[in-house]
Ligand binder design. Structure first.
Ligand code: ATP
Ligand code: MG
Length: 757
């Protein structure tokens, strides 16, 4: 049998081999949509004579694109996989803008404004113009307008014109006017700093492909995963990428649409039929991910939405262990319970489950604090996805800002953040004055600073400040020159090393962050390791992730190789830290160590873990009190539950972090769901372990060993379960700390026996 089709069921094989130009695969979670899509890419390459650069494959997360690439590499070799145009929407659009942006006036070496840059720019505009509009509101309105394809206040106005005419209320009118002013000023500030925000990456790419369709004349097939979460701009991109011969495969599940709040259009699934009338739709039914019991409960939750067409999930696995629903006295105890349950299950299953098999999925990242601290105290290694991230840590941010200024000196905000780090006598008032002066003269801050060291047209500063300014400008100029110098071509790693040395950064950390300077220095070292992965290569040689094929008659923008490498490093960080929130940072060092994952539910899309916890399942959290669409909140819970393969734990503290009484989430409190959940952890028997092993298709350690582990845990079980009061949980926490080691929990008596033996 064709290795590409091996291990696929009949419907999946039909989808992989279909000769239909336009294909839509609609199927519930865990039915192998992503697997099928990946196999289809491999099949098209192998049997339809497409070249890798004929295929664009778009995913929602960095992680899933990496997994796809790996799978294709395993089937067809890494050279082929590396040349596919495969990645998230944002990263693929960026590649096109790097290569062809000059055709539509996107300047070479553009930087990416992440959400903190965007927030800073908007705040400054509002302050400068003394407007009263709320900065956060303006930011989210700008983004939401852009994700509907509106590129500026003019278009915005056109659409709103009628509505506004009707709204005579003074306040709304002013707000609308102010919004238009901010929008316009924001766009011109981005342009001046040569920055594109996340939405711009998509919008400008649409613009590029509309005006220069030949850029994608190499593209024969377009494939898109998680289609239910695309917005109108992404729909346009699909059409434009596929303009040449309209071959499109999309994969999706309306029940998992969870990005409506970000202007995703669930209607895009139906629009496919209008756009491509000959479309073939294939449904997959069998679920290969989760145990029967988990599927039953998840299904019962999603079925509460009566407006949705009824369909069922068909398990291929044994019923397994029933999902747990626990009510616990407080969020703190809930966190301790999770920690205790992770330890317990690792012990119970012998070596079958590892830390990396557990995920804790949160409605919002802010819920992680208690859990992180409980994990820390129990010595459990974890990685945080979608929360306070590596790249947001102060010392990392400072160095990245330096690199961003070196890469793109017109970035006013980055300059103002670092110009006085370490202290150079340029206090906040001085920097504000400089920024205002630059704005009045309508030049970038960098231009003002740079010119002023050569001739003095700018307002004079104190002697010390002038000196500090001179040293800053010098450092940026020398680092930039070293990148541009053909004899040097400093790689990102060398540039970073140079900056660290010139700033005497280690000493700076010691001086200004005495308490934890060592941990901070370790982060700096980690950043250097990551930078080392970006080597300086010829721009026209294939680099794994960046180049596009040459197209006859179309000049690709030529750049300096070292400059490109730095821009690529910075862009990958910016893209990894927004939607995807993949915590790329931890992958280098951290992947070696088995870690529990803590993630938002949104960032867990498309992924799976043997054991999943969904804490804080109370009304107000899920559904969230500020959420407008209750059905979307329900789907969010459904997505969370269907990430679990063998063990699913839902929990709800009776008091929230403000110590207010909570009510169980209405999605879980109705009877049919309740009947499918149990209030205690799985009873540790050898059949539990065997079930888990079967679902995971892992060869467990020997039966005897499992049995022994079960027996040991059975005896502990009576002591550990049920956990009722705070004191009990705390005492268990204390007990574990004594056993704390890198190994999974083992009963001390067992350890002794192994040593004796
Ligand atoms: P989601 O909607 O959550 O993104 P999905 O439909 O994309 O889910 P996949 O992630 O592709 O599902 O597959 C779920 C799991 O089932 C994976 O571990 C995959 O390897 C496995 N799987 C898929 N198809 C089969 C099959 N025919 N036989 C065995 N395992 C399969
Ligand atoms: Mg998937």
């Amino acid at each position: 049998m064709d290795p590409i089709l091996q291990g696929l069921n009949n419907q999946q094989q039909d989808a992989v081999t279909s000769i239909s130009d336009v294909l839509q695969i609609l199927a519930p979670p865990g039915s192998g949509k992503t697997k099928t899509l990946t196999s289809r890419v491999a099949y098209l390459l192998q049997h339809h004579c497409y070249k890798p650069w004929n295929i664009i494959c778009l995913t929602f997360t960095v992680k899933s694109s990496r997994e796809m690439k790996e799978r294709i590499a395993n089937l067809l070799g890494s050279k082929i996989a590396g040349r596919l145009i495969l990645g998230t929407f944002h990263s693929v659009c960026r590649r096109y803008l790097v290569a062809y942006g000059h055709l539509i006036g996107v300047h070479k070496g553009f930087g990416i404004a992440d959400s903190s840059d965007t927030a800073a720019i908007i705040k400054r505009i509002i302050k400068r113009l003394s407007l009263s509009i709320d900065a956060k509101k303006a930011q989210s309105r700008i983004s939401s307008s852009k994700s509907k394809g509106l590129t500026g206040p003019d278009q915005q106005n056109k659409q709103k014109k009628e509505k506004v005419a009707r709204k005579l209320a003074q306040k709304e009118d002013t707000e609308q006017q102010e919004f238009s002013i901010v929008f316009e000023a924001y766009q011109s500030q981005l342009a001046q700093s040569n920055l594109l925000d996340y939405d711009d990456l998509l919008l400008r790419c649409v613009d590029l492909l509309r005006r220069h369709p030949t850029c994608v004349s190499n593209v024969e097939v377009v494939l898109i995963d998680e289609f239910q979460d695309t917005n109108v701009v992404q729909f346009d991109l699909m059409r434009l990428f596929a303009a040449k011969n309209k071959r499109v495969t999309t994969v999706g599940d309306p029940d998992q649409s969870i990005y409506g709040w970000r202007s995703a259009e669930i209607k895009n699934l139906e629009r496919m039929q209008e756009q491509y009338p000959g479309m073939l739709t294939i449904h997959l039914k069998d679920n290969y991910r989760s145990s029967g019991a988990i599927l039953l409960a998840a299904d019962e939750v999603i079925q509460q939405d009566s407006s949705r067409p009824s369909k069922s999930l068909l398990p291929t696995h044994c019923p397994g262990t029933m999902p747990v629903l626990r009510r616990l006295p407080s969020a703190e105890i809930e966190a301790l319970w999770i920690v205790s349950e992770i330890q317990r299950m690792i012990g119970l299953t012998g070596r079958l489950l590892k830390y990396s098999d557990f995920a804790i999925l949160l409605r919002s990242a802010s819920l992680s604090r208690q859990i992180e601290s409980a994990m820390g105290r129990a010595g459990i290694p974890y990685r945080m996805v979608g929360g306070k991230k590596f790249f947001d840590r102060l010392e990392v941010k400072i160095l990245l800002d330096y690199l961003r200024v070196i890469s793109q000196p017109n970035n006013n905000d980055a300059i103002s953040r670092i110009i006085n780090i370490p202290a150079r006598g340029l206090g906040a008032t001085t920097v504000k004055g400089l920024l205002e002066e630059a704005e009045t003269r309508n030049v970038a801050l960098w231009t003002l600073l740079r010119n002023s060291t050569q001739n003095t047209t700018r307002t004079k500063l104190s002697k010390a400040a002038e000196q500090g300014l001179g040293s800053f400008v010098n450092l940026i100029l020398t680092s930039r020159n070293r990148i541009l110098d053909r004899n040097k071509l400093d790689s990102p790693e060398i540039t970073l090393g140079y900056i660290i040395e010139k700033l005497d950064f280690q000493h700076y950390l010691e001086k200004s962050h005495g308490d934890d300077h060592e941990a901070r220095w370790a982060n700096v070292e980690e950043l250097v390791v990551q930078a080392s992965e970006y080597t300086v290569q010829g721009v026209n040689g294939w680099t794994e992730d960046d180049d596009l094929p040459n197209i006859r008659g179309l000049e690709q923008q030529q750049g300096n190789a070292a400059e490109e490498a730095l821009a690529r490093f910075l862009a990958n960080i910016a893209l990894a830290s927004e939607l995807q929130k993949e915590e790329e940072d931890m992958e280098g060092k951290g992947a070696l160590q088995s870690q529990v994952t803590i993630s938002t539910i949104h960032a867990a899309k498309g992924l799976e873990w043997p054991a999943v916890f969904v804490p804080s399942a109370y009304e107000g959290c899920i559904p969230h009190s500020r959420a407008e669409d209750t059905d979307e909140e329900r789907r969010l819970l459904y997505v969370a539950m269907t990430r679990a393969q063998a063990l699913l734990y839902l929990s709800c503290p009776t008091k929230n972090s403000q110590r207010e009484e909570t009510a169980l989430s209405p999605f879980l409190s109705n009877k049919p769901v309740g009947n499918l959940l149990v209030s205690q952890g799985p009873t540790p028997t050898s059949s539990t372990v065997n079930d888990i092993a079967r679902i995971l298709r892992r060869d467990s350690t020997s039966q005897a060993e499992i049995f022994e582990a079960c027996e040991t845990l059975q005896s502990m079980h009576d002591n550990l379960w049920p956990l009722t009061g705070e004191e009990e949980v705390k005492s268990i926490g204390a007990k574990w700390r004594k056993w704390d080691s890198n190994e999974p929990l083992e009963h001390p008596s067992k350890r002794r026996r192994i040593q004796d033996g």
